[in-house]
Design a protein around this ligand. Structure first.
Ligand SMILES: Nc1ncnc2c1ncn2[C@@H]1O[C@H](COP(=O)(O)OP(=O)(O)OP(=O)(O)O)[C@@H](O)[C@H]1O
Ligand SMILES: O=P(O)(O)OC[C@H]1O[C@H](OP(=O)(O)OP(=O)(O)O)[C@H](O)[C@@H]1O
Ligand SMILES: [Mg+2]
Length: 280
């Protein structure tokens, strides 16, 4: 049975379970459940602390897991990134009280508070900067005000937490993170091919919509040029009319612009439909 680790709390937990649910897997109803067997899909889910997911996957006791790229890199385990999951996006950045520290080089000799010590030490080393890394469990932004650090290195999403703590980001992002599927060092692609295919299918169904339209034969090429699809659109003649019907996938984010352009190209009865799941 395939063993998959899922964050049991925190920012990634709900979205990870929702993604798995949409991919046809059973997910827990009670947030206190730690293990769940999905016998029909031959998968066992382990709900673990987000930070521990990479530890289990890296040690080989669990085949695959969902975590953040920042957590994977900080873990130092041999688990590897397999698939970007399109949620839990954040950047990992340095911040300090305005004007006190403005470049990575300025951190030399100072104290940096973080929950990601390995990641930060590695980054400082790559810049040749010698500094003291203070490891904290969370609420890192308070460390400067409370006098245990001069600089913080932490996850930034909206920036609200930093602002409230009177800190400003400086330097380039240390890392761009998002939720990812990771796999163990000895797990082959084929072992997790069904899981990967299903997750890709859900991500694709979220990113694309299906567009149907009718178009006069003499403007078919013009309309098809607007919606080339992946391979080629499905084009079917309409009965008793010099028109064709076209069915094609288009990016959800461009859906309305594409519908406008299709209308201008003579297409009519333009319909957009949500996709539930996709296999490509
Ligand atoms: N505000 C946020 N927006 C987006 N992603 C975030 C945010 N905060 C954390 N993350 C991401 O979530 C993952 C783990 O962070 P999370 O806060 O869920 O775990 P934790 O800090 O270990 O747990 P907890 O906060 O419950 O102690 C990381 O990959 C991080 O990048
Ligand atoms: O830029 P923002 O949108 O404000 O989000 C970033 C904050 O979210 C996370 O904190 P979390 O809630 O996980 O608390 P923690 O520090 O205790 O982990 C992260 O550690 C930052 O503090
Ligand atoms: Mg957190």
């Amino acid at each position: 049975m395939l063993r998959i680790a899922v964050p049991n709390k925190g920012s990634l937990s709900e979205a990870a379970s929702q993604l798995l649910r949409e991919a046809g897997y059973k997910q827990r109803r009670d947030p206190r459940e730690l293990v769940l067997v999905d016998a029909r899909n031959e998968v066992e889910f382990f709900f673990l602390r987000p930070r521990d997911v990479a530890v289990y996957v890296g040690s080989g006791t669990v085949h695959a897991g969902i975590t953040g790229r920042d957590l994977l890199l900080d873990s130092g385990t041999p688990a590897t990134e397999h698939l970007e999951l399109g949620f839990g996006g954040s950047t990992f950045r340095y911040a300090a009280p305005a004007a006190s520290v403005t470049t990575v080089e300025d951190i030399a000799g100072k104290r940096v508070a973080t929950s990601y010590p390995r990641l930060v030490k590695h980054h400082l080393k790559s810049f040749g900067v010698d500094a003291t890394v203070v490891r904290l469990d969370g609420a890192v932004e308070s460390s400067v005000r409370l006098g245990v650090a001069d600089v913080v290195a932490d996850v930034v999403s909206t920036g609200t937490t930093l602002k409230a703590a009177g800190l400003e980001i400086f330097g380039e992002p240390i890392l761009k993170s998002e939720a990812i599927l990771i796999k163990g060092p000895d797990v082959s692609e084929s072992e997790i091919a069904v899981l990967t295919g299903r997750l890709r299918g859900v991500l694709m169904a979220r990113q694309f919509v299906l567009v149907d339209y009718d178009v006069p034969d003499d403007r078919l090429d013009e309309a098809v040029a607007v919606t080339p699809g992946f391979e080629a659109p499905t084009v079917t003649p309409l009965h008793g009319k010099n028109w064709h019907a076209v069915r094609v996938m288009v990016p959800r984010s461009e859906m309305n612009q594409i519908m406008d352009r299709l209308y201008a190209a003579g297409a009519r009865a333009i319909l957009t439909t949500e996709l539930l799941a996709v296999r490509v």
